[in-house]
Design a protein around this ligand. Structure first.
Ligand SMILES: [Ca+2]
Length: 368
């Protein structure tokens, strides 16, 4: 789509409108296909032309960015989404692994190709490395310039057909009236995007990764790449065979002396566990995460506190039904994969006047 649009951006400015064709690097051979495009090479955007995060504010290190530049945003959310659109040429039909190079966890956004479903990259997504761009320092006006770094994030797999596709992103943010000078709200820096049909190609710096020239032997050094786990049956560290599924298949867990044992089992049982709250990820990403826990032998997770998932108990003694549904799905998926849950029930619990406590008004405020 190349229609011109002009909208009000965070900060009340009227934004320059861009329309045109921009270079997109697509390459491939018989084995794989890749596409790389720059965050700053937009088809259309309402991001400001310049912010306190623009590459001109760190001239000595801007070459650490792909093509020496990125697209930035700063300021509180408004009624209009901060958005950017790109035209991307896909070289061949197929499943692609999608990567985003951006300013740390700042600037979570939803994204889609064409009119496909919206997907999200959120604070729950972890960077795969860090390239420092600028230390924290005071700007010429005395305003602090936040420290900056740029990181790669894996955003998920996406099925794409050969040809031109519009890629669109919209920053996620809550409308607020004030801006945090240290860089929150709709702060974002978008450097580059990378699609690859070969999951061995994991980006680490500001140029396209090269395919491995050969398979390393047991005695060879090799680069560690952080890619999506394909849960190979050949993995020598896969402990999932120790995690019987579904959870609960042997009945309730009982304490027998200093041991734990299921009521319908003949032997005591031990649990290997960790903290693992439900995160702001898609269901596909969440199941991937559960499988990762199971692969590493995790048989129980601590949900702490439960209210971080369900919200506070409401005045009528119920939880938000939508949050309850999400948690129920998370619990059911863990159970299906053989993973038990320990609930942090009582922290933090606040009582409310409308719950009918006779002496509520005599309580010091710190008590509720
Ligand atoms: Ca760039």
């Amino acid at each position: 789509m190349k229609s011109v649009f002009t909208v009000r951006v965070a900060g009340g400015l009227v934004m320059l409108t861009l329309a045109g064709n921009f270079p997109v690097v697509a390459s491939g051979d018989a084995g794989h296909h890749t596409v790389w495009w720059e965050g700053e090479d937009t088809l259309e955007t309402n991001f400001p032309e310049a912010t306190r995060f623009s590459a001109v504010t760190f001239p000595d290190s801007r070459d650490l960015l792909s093509d020496g530049d990125w697209l930035t945003n700063h300021g509180p959310a408004t009624d209009v989404d901060a958005c950017a659109r790109y035209m991307v040429e896909i070289p061949a039909d197929g499943m692609y692994y999608f990567w985003v190079r951006k300013f740390w966890k700042q600037g979570p956004f939803r994204w889609r190709f064409g009119d496909g479903d919206w997907r999200r990259i959120t604070h729950a997504h972890e960077p795969t490395g860090a390239v420092p761009l600028r230390p924290y320092e005071n700007g010429a006006s005395g305003d602090p310039y936040p420290g900056l770094e740029v990181n790669w994030f894996y955003a998920g797999r996406v099925e794409l057909s050969e040809g031109s596709h519009e890629f669109e992103l919209r920053l996620l943010g809550t409308k607020r009236n004030t801006s945090d000078p240290h860089g929150q709200d709709l702060t974002a820096g978008l450097d580059a995007f990378f699609l690859t049909s070969d999951d061995r190609l994991v980006p680490a710096f500001n140029t396209q990764p090269e395919p491995p020239s050969s398979s390393p032997g047991p005695a060879d050094w090799f680069p560690v790449t952080f890619r999506e786990d394909d849960f190979s049956k050949d993995s020598v560290i896969d402990l999932s065979h120790l995690v019987e599924a579904p959870a609960g298949k042997y009945g309730h867990l009982k304490q027998i002396g200093n041991r734990l044992q299921f009521e319908n089992a003949d032997e005591p049982v031990q649990f290997w566990g960790c903290g693992a709250n439900y995160l702001d990820l898609s269901r596909e990403e969440t199941i991937q995460r559960i499988r990762y826990l199971r692969k590493h032998g995790v048989r129980i997770v601590r949900q702490h506190p439960l209210q971080s998932m369900l919200g506070p108990l409401r005045g009528d003694g119920t939880f938000d039904p939508e949050k309850l549904d999400r948690w129920d799905w998370w619990f059911a998926q863990l159970k299906e994969h053989g993973i038990y849950m320990d609930l942090g029930l009582f922290y933090p619990h606040h009582i409310h006047r409308d719950e009918g406590y006779d002496l509520f008004d005599e309580l010091p405020k710190a008590a509720y």
